[in-house]
Each structure stands twice: as C-alpha cells, then as structure tokens.
Design a protein around this ligand. Structure first.
Ligand code: AMP
Ligand code: GLY
Length: 699
C-alpha cells in the first residue's frame, strides 16, 4: 500500500485527500499542514507548505511514495524541483513551469506567441506611460499586477481616477513590491473554470465548473477566495468544451513543452465565454479552490494512478467521471473577506448527509471551531442542478454556528431567475425550531403539542396531514393525528374539537380542509379555541390580523412574506399584485404586504385584461389553482414571483399557477413548484404551534 503526502491545508486539499482515500492503492495519507477536517482522513503534519527542506526531510524519513502539491506558493518556491533532485516522486509543476501562473506577463506573451485566445494587452513598468495608455482607451480598464498576488492583483478600474490610484499603488508604492503592470482589454461574458491533469503534451481534462467570487447574493460585495461552485454549466455547449480543450489547454501544454517548461500537474484555465468566443482570463498552475471540491467528487478513476502517471511521465487511461452534477456552498465567517472573529463553535456537522470539506476549522477537544475566513464547504451531488441545489441547502441548514454566513444563490447561472428556495429556507427554520423546542421542553417540563384532525380519505389531504405530523415530530413536538370517517357527522367533529379545546396538553388544533359536504367548514373553524387556532383561520384571528393586533398569522401568507423577505426586496413604495382573493391566502397576504408599505392590487382569475395588471407587479403572488395561467409575458421583468398553486397535470406532474419555465427568465426571483411555498407553510405551522404554546404558558 502506498504512502502519500498532500501539501496544503484548505478545502482543496481536503477534497484531494478525500479522493485519495478512495484509491485502492493508497494506505496512508499525510497532509502538511492539513486542518481539523482533513485530520479525520489523514495524518496531519505540522510543517508549513513552503518549508521545502522540512517537507523533503519528512518525505524521506517516512518513505513517502508520492507527494501531491496543492498551493501555488509551494510550487513557486520550487518544491517540485527539490523533490525530483532528491529522487522523490511528486505531482506538481516545476518552478519554471509555474511561471504560467506566477507571471501574468509570461502567460500573455506565451498566449500571443502560440495563438491562444485571450484579451489584447500591453505591459508597463513606467507609471506615466501606463497612465497615458489607459487614459487613451475606453473604460473599464483591466490592470493586473505582474507577480504572484493570490488573486488580489487585479483591478477593474471604472474610470480614470480609479485607474490612476491602482497604477500608483502597483507601480509607485511599495505595497506590491517593484513590478510591472499588464493592461488588458475588458472582456464580457460568463466565466468558468476548466482544469486538466497535464503531463507534457498529454492533457486529461476534468469536468467544467464555475466559481462564485463575490461575497454576497446576486454577485454583489467584495471579491473573495470563492463562495461556492458547481459543475454542469448550462451556458456551454460540447463544441465550446472541445474548443477550449484543444485551443486552450492542449495548446498551452504544447507551448510549455516548446518553451522547455513542460507541465506536470494541474493546468487551470480561468476562461470566459465572450461574444467573440472563449478566451483565457488567467492560467493557474494548480487545482482551483473551490472548484476542486465540486470536481473531484465526480472522479470514478483511481486518482493515485493519475497523479503517479503525471508525476512519472507514464501513460494512463482517460479518467472516468460520473454523469452527475455537484454543487458546493462555502460557509464563511461573518465579516469575511474583511475582518472577522475566529473561535465560534460549529454544531451539527455530523448530521450532514453530504460532503463537508473543511477550509478553516480547528478542534478544541471535542468542539469544532471556526479558524479562518472561509470555514467549510458543503458539496452535494444530484441528477441535475436543481436537485443538487435543493440537497445542498437542506443539508447545510443542519450546520449551526452564530458566526457563519453563506450565499443562497450558488449556481444561479444554471437556475436563471434566482429561486426562492422554500425547501432550503424551511429546513433552516425547522432546525432553529428544533433547537428552541428542545429548550422549551426542558424549561416547562412538557413539549408543545399539535393535534391534527382529518375527516375522510382525500388522498392529497392525507399526504398533507402526514407531512404536518411528521414535521412536528421532527422538530421535537408532540403530535396527534385524529382520523374520522368520510361520513362522520358535524356533531362528532365539533365534540372532538371541544375535547381538544379543553385538553390542557394540546397547544394547537388543526382541521385539515376541505371537509366532506355534510360538514359546515365555517362552523368547524369557529369552534376551535382562538388561542389554539394554529392555522390562523378563526374569525377572531382574522379580525386581529386586520386590526394589527397580536394574533396567529395564517401559515401560507406568513410563509409567502418570509420568502419575499428572502429576496431582499424592500417593499416600501413597490407594487404588489395578488391574483386570487381567498380568505386564507389572497386577503391575508394583501394585509401583510400593506403592512410592509407596498401598494397592493388585488385581482382574480377573471380580472379583465389581467396581463395589464400583473405587468405592474414588482411582487406577483398567484393563488388561483389554475395550471400555468400566468405566462411569462405577464411577468414584469425583474419581478419577485410567488406561486402558491399546486396543480396536477394530466401526465401526473405537479405544476403551479405560473408557467415557471417562461416566467423564470423574466423574474429576478421565483418560487419553484413544488419546493417553494408548500414547505414554508408547514414550517410556519410549526412556528405557530410554538407561539401558541408560549402564549398558553404565559411567555
Ligand atoms: P484573475 O486574477 O486574472 O482571475 O482576475 C480576477 C477577475 O478579474 C477575473 O475573475 C475576472 O472577473 C476579472 N477579469 C480579469 N481579466 C479580465 C478581462 N480582461 N476582462 C474582464 N474581466 C477580467
Ligand atoms: N477559484 C479560483 C482559483 O482557484 O484561483
């Protein structure tokens, strides 16, 4: 069995260690310096990644069969040259080959010489010359400091003032050290990452992936080391991929051989699909981070074999990749990429049913603590991007830490209109409630308790009530399901409600609607004690809601408003159109949106020229129960669209009231069906039950 040493200690190295641990040839894995997550799969060695002599001595003492280098810093100080000189096998580029990353100008000259498509450029050493050139050209200007600057040496200057400030700091101040600046044409289009294992001219490509560099949703905020990534890019065709492989990766590999600097590690193409074709933004001489964390889980081949083949110049079979997609979300410390605190406890990681790669964590006895800006990455695999998206956010909700944040819109390129993911949001609400319910049970010596009554055997209703009871149990409440026959009398139902009203152990009562014809729904709802009306349907709750008094807010409207809040839209002065005027959805939603200072228009399915009304909506809420009645052309571009409908199509598939496929291209945010409002309704029911419990115990 082989002994392997991995150099580095971030999420990328955790993914490399994880892939190596699946190799049948690998016995022991060491990682220098590693991290708290890696420690579960490898033996961490406290040697710095740039301490070439220390690492060499360790590899020799331990009889390491193969060393794999993660970070560029180790490559650029010549670790590969040193190991090879000592007769050790190592995966990574020589110092000479690492120039493709470490010098922007070297890379530009190389691309020019060998016809590899990239932005036009000129490079400067003199501040005045650079400034004159930049000012004579259109803005924005792309300024790249020539030297290894860990991704921080690029400034996109919007105007002359910004350009001058950047050039000043790059060429005159000592901030960057003495250097040169590459001034590039500004390109537009989606960026993506294309990595390959490269040995001389042999190129073994990996799946395409895309990083999300900005800190916040909507690609806003400062640049970071990467807040998430996914595979399965929607905007690239197979021709694009083949073009990039042949004209960029293979061309660069040949060019490096011709230059006497053959590659022997990972070549990373940071590429852009511009209107005039795919072009190189940058090359890196190593695995990308966080791309590696989403790419390597798809590798079916033995990674040791690939590393060893590249390290020794031997041929190997084309690597095999699983036909699935992955999506990974980074959890970062609040404040990152600026200043942030360390040492916050992270709970719940052991419950996550997905890969968790640690980036900056530390153990303190049994406790897991944050220890960096980017802390960990949760990666899920799915059959398609929506599947992976739902899974990753549901799993991530299990991780609790007061000092972490994450982006909710990873893979938005693949999801078009950002989805308002009710499944993910409700999962995090349920986790919080679970916590709270546990504490309440200790404090009051009993758990909040929900009674659910179903009359008859309507199949949809049965699914709903089972879900409600199951969720109540999941969050730690007591829950009782009371089933009455289809022909039960109104008297029998009222008697049951009366008993539950008087039962001190019951905090919430819910009667699943619709009821069989012989029963008057209004009378039944009236019979539920107001303080136990977790649905918020009782006339006294309805009245209190409209009068602005404390009350139980109906679950679906409450969930809808939470989802709208998630979009970050400030409703003040905005127009909301509600299509559907039911007492349990349309009307209460109208009231809640009015309370948030929106202008509210109520419409219904027979409103004349409905389209002219819906086109005014900054927020469009649809609850009419008519499959796909709101078509894409009825949605105002940029609107937030909330689809409450759940309809079954003749072929058995579910669909909403909104034509999702069309509407999501116009909406800025949209709820999917299922997975939008539905799960939120259930989460709000749980919240209402806890609130009824609190009111009853006098809190
Ligand atoms: P780099 O460190 O070279 O990856 O650059 C950082 C980021 O700057 C890239 O990911 C791009 O978003 C942007 N960028 C770099 N070069 C260009 C260019 N020529 N045109 C437009 N954006 C660029
Ligand atoms: N994800 C960008 C990089 O690794 O450089």
């Amino acid at each position: 069995m082989k002994k392997v040493l991995v150099i580095g200690g971030g999420g990328r190295e955790h993914a490399i260690v994880d892939a190596l641990s699946r190799s049948p040839q690998v016995g022991r894995i060491y990682c220098a310096p590693g991290n708290a997550g890696i420690a579960a799969q490898a033996e961490c060695v406290p040697v710095k990644d740039t301490d070439v002599q220390g690492l060499l001595a360790f590899a020799q003492e331990q009889g390491i069969d193969l060393t794999v280098v993660g970070p560029e810093a180790a490559l650029s100080v010549g670790i590969v040259d040193a190991f090879r000189a000592a007769g050790l096998k190592i995966f990574g580029h020589t110092q000479a080959a690492t120039r493709i990353e470490s010098s922007k100008e070297f890379a530009k000259v190389l691309m020019d010489k060998y016809g590899i498509p990239t932005a036009g450029y000129r490079s400067f050493e003199d501040f005045q010359e650079a400034l004159a050139y930049v000012n004579a050209r259109p803005f924005p200007a792309v300024l790249k400091y020539d030297g290894l600057a860990a991704g921080k040496g690029v400034v996109i200057a919007a105007d002359a003032a910004q350009a001058e400030a950047a050039l000043r700091s790059m060429l005159l101040d000592e901030a960057f050290g003495k250097g040169r600046v590459v001034v590039e044409d500004f390109l537009t289009g989606p960026e993506f990452s294309f990595m390959a294992f490269v040995d001389g001219e042999k190129v073994y490509p990996m799946p395409l992936s895309q990083d999300h560099k900005r800190a916040f949703d909507g690609d806003k905020g400062p640049n970071t080391g990467g807040m998430g990534a996914y595979t399965g890019l929607p905007f690239l065709t197979e021709e694009d991929r083949v073009f990039a492989q042949e004209h960029i990766l293979e061309a660069a590999a040949r060019a490096m051989v011709a230059e006497g600097r053959p590659l022997s590690g990972v070549l990373y193409g940071g590429l852009m699909k511009t209107p005039s074709g795919i072009k190189v933004i940058e090359f890196n001489a190593r695995f990308g981070d966080p791309e590696t964390e989403v790419v390597l889980p798809l590798l079916e081949s033995d990674i040791y074999d690939i590393f060893e083949a590249v390290a020794t110049g031997r041929e190997t079979a084309e690597p095999v990749w699983r036909q699935a997609v992955t999506l990974g979300v980074v959890l970062a410390s609040k404040g990152y990429p600026g200043g942030y605190d360390k040492g916050a406890e992270i709970l719940g990681v052991e419950h996550v049913d997905a890969k968790v790669y640690h980036m900056g964590t530390k153990r303190d006895g049994e406790r897991l603590l944050t220890a960096g800006g980017r802390v960990m990455m949760v990666v899920a695999e799915g059959k398609d991007i929506r599947d992976a998206h739902g899974k990753v956010y549901a799993e991530l909700a299990k991780i609790r830490c007061e000092n972490l944040f994450f982006r909710r819109d990873i893979a938005h390129w693949a999801l078009d209109g950002r989805i308002l993911d009710g499944k993910a949001l409700s999962a995090s609400i349920k986790e919080e409630l679970k916590d709270r319910v546990g504490k309440l049970a200790v404090k009051y010596g009993r758990k909040p308790s929900l009674a659910v009554i179903i009359v008859g055997n309507n199949p949809a209703s049965q699914v709903y009530v089972r879900n409600k009871v199951k969720t109540a149990i999941y969050v730690g409440m007591n829950s009782r399901l009371i089933t009455m026959a289809e022909d039960a009398t109104e008297e029998a139902l009222l008697k049951m409600i009366d008993e539950l009203n008087r039962d001190p152990e019951v905090d919430g009562i819910l009667v699943q609607l619709p009821l069989p014809k012989q029963i008057d729904e209004a009378r039944v709802i009236d019979a539920i004690a107001q303080e136990k009306d977790v649905d918020g349907f009782h006339p006294l709750n309805v009245a209190d809601l409209w009068l602005g008094r404390p009350c139980t807010v109906p679950c679906t409207p409450k969930g809808i408003v939470r989802l709208i809040d998630e979009s970050g839209l400030d409703l003040g002065g905005k127009t909301a159109v509600i299509v559907g005027r039911s007492n349990i959805v349309g009307k209460p939603v109208a009231k809640l949106l009015l309370d948030r200072n929106a202008t509210v228009i109520m419409a219904h399915s027979r409103t004349k020229d409905l389209k002219s009304v819906t086109l005014q909506a900054d927020v469009l809420v649809v609850a009419v129960g008519r499959p796909n009645m709101i078509t894409g052309d009825m949605v105002k571009p940029g609107a937030v669209v909330i689809d409450v409908g759940i309809n079954r199509l003749p072929d058995g598939r579910l669909c909403g009231d909104v034509d999702y496929v069309d509407a999501r291209l116009r909406a800025s945010w949209i709820t999917p069906v299922p997975g939008g409002v539905g799960p939120m309704t259930i989460a709000m029911l749980m919240e209402n039950t806890v609130e009824c419990f609190l009111a009853r115990v006098g809190e």
